[in-house]
Design a protein around this ligand. Sequence first.
Ligand SMILES: Cc1cc2nc3c(=O)[nH]c(=O)nc-3n(C[C@H](O)[C@H](O)[C@H](O)COP(=O)(O)O)c2cc1C
Length: 246
Amino acid sequence: MDSDYDKLLEIARRRRSIRVFKPDPIPDGHVEKILEVARWAMSGANGQPWEFVVVKDKDTRAKIYELYKAHRRFVDVIERTRIEEIRQPITGAVDEGVPLFKDAPVIIVICGDPRTLQATVMAAQFVGGERETFHMNIANATMMIHLAAASLGLGTQWATTTVHFEAGLKQLLGIPQIYKVPQVVPVGYPDYTPHGAWRRKLSDIVHNEKFDMSRYRSDEQIVADIIALRKRMKAHYRPTSETPRQ
Ligand SMILES: Cc1cc2nc3c(=O)[nH]c(=O)nc-3n(C[C@H](O)[C@H](O)[C@H](O)COP(=O)(O)O)c2cc1C
């Protein structure tokens, strides 16, 4: 039988960001199972800032998707100011009619209450750490959501918000102003087969005892690596002829 470690590694490797979904509903109880795992995430001083708005209603999902499309167009305008090789491959996908998470049957809206930061040591809040601690806490719960969904055979996307998207979500869903809404996570069955995942090799990222400067990447190398990454990832974002629909 697989050890716990084997199972954990298998789920960590199998989980992929999914950006186009089938409309098929997900089994009853799966969202609750996913959020039960998220609840056990770590947070600074156990402040647990996270709360989740689970949206299944078709009309509300459609409104969220409209907000997302406007957000994408805003992001795309800025993204197009960068050289093409380094742009996010998703740039322009909305205008090309890629449905992205339009058909996802569930959207988990990740909310966080910054007042919970008072649980953390004061120094963390005054020495530039406030936003970092908050976002680290929320990211931990979000990661748990992605892993739990993968363990149930579901696909998820981490869709980061920008100010307009966040404001629209708060208004649409009645989320109190004091809350932050840093990302939404559409959940459902993938409508395409994502390409194999790629990660930097362990031998490139682990330093024994001291940082090995022979592996320090120059500024030029970082950019070259991002360009290589983009080439590798291009088809990850879109169900094109290269990534056949299931
Ligand atoms: C902090 C953070 C923000 C992200 N924002 C987005 C996003 O806005 N849209 C999106 O499609 N994916 C987003 N992702 C997913 C990453 O692009 C994805 O994890 C990465 O490309 C690796 O691919 P994989 O998840 O398939 O392994 C985000 C991930 C993280 C951790």
